[in-house]
Design a binder for this molecule. Structure first.
Ligand code: PML
Ligand code: MG
Length: 226
């Protein structure tokens, strides 16, 4: 199997990214798909596009996708409270999401104090080396949701991660999610159209170990099964 990754940027600012793990026979199709995605993005015209193909040498672990919970009346404050995330940590998260930096990955906050505990800087922590497979009859057809569900599931599979808030940094996409151990809760109208604000913030408790987390998210090959 091969890991395929794409990232596109403009003036070093993030435009678009994507990744999967696939068979050798699918590499050509995937790089064509990602090339299109990177170059036809509403966030802007890239001046840099990187495609990376790597052979996967470690065994791939399978993880079960979080259930999708789609109740339009869900409130972030209630979800956060049920995951023991403080109001203060949520306020800090919004500040990171609304600032001018487009992080490529997630930033990590203490769920109680709201203090940032990672050292990933402006890059943030990405989930990498993964693919998404569907086994259910009622398949997800939306590529964006497949990708977001895979990433949310990978983050939630780590000890000490109690929640994740995601707001898309895509210009006109206003739906995001809050993930916790119960599932992937879709949240509507998180921002106004025409804004690049967005990002992923993880909330963690005392059980969290950054080294184990980083290895699992970035080195361990994973297949998220829905
Ligand atoms: C992204 O665009 O990177 C994040 C997508 C969030 C998807 C939310 C949803 O529609 O369920
Ligand atoms: Mg995006």
């Amino acid at each position: 199997m091969y890991s395929i990754k794409m990232r596109a940027s403009q003036n070093e600012g993030h435009i678009s990214g994507a990744e999967t793990i696939c068979e050798a026979s699918d590499i050509e199709r995937m790089i064509a798909t990602y090339f299109q995605k990177g170059f036809q993005h509403e966030n802007g015209e890239p001046d840099f596009l990187n495609l990376k193909i790597e052979k996967v040498n470690l065994p791939i672990v399978q993880i079960k996708a979080l259930p999708i919970i789609d109740h339009s009346q869900l409130k972030l404050s209630q979800l956060a409270a049920s995951s023991h995330i403080s109001q203060r940590a949520i306020e800090v998260a919004w500040r990171y999401i609304r600032n001018d930096t487009c992080y490529r990955g997630a930033i990590i906050l203490d769920a109680y104090s709201g203090e940032r505990i990672d050292e990933f800087g402006e890059r943030g922590c990405r989930a990498t080396h993964f693919c998404f497979k569907q086994q259910r009859e009622d398949k997800i057809h939306n590529e964006r949701i497949k990708d977001a569900l895979a990433i949310a599931t990978i983050f939630q599979s780590n000890e000490g991660v109690v929640g994740e808030l995601c707001v898309s940094d895509d210009l006109n996409y206003t739906t995001g999610y809050f993930a916790n151990h119960q599932g992937y809760h879709r949240l509507y109208d998180l921002k106004l159209k025409g804004s690049r604000e967005g990002g992923r913030v993880l909330f963690v408790n005392q059980q969290f170990h950054i080294d184990a987390f980083t290895y699992f998210c970035q080195q361990q090959p994973k297949c998220v099964i829905y």
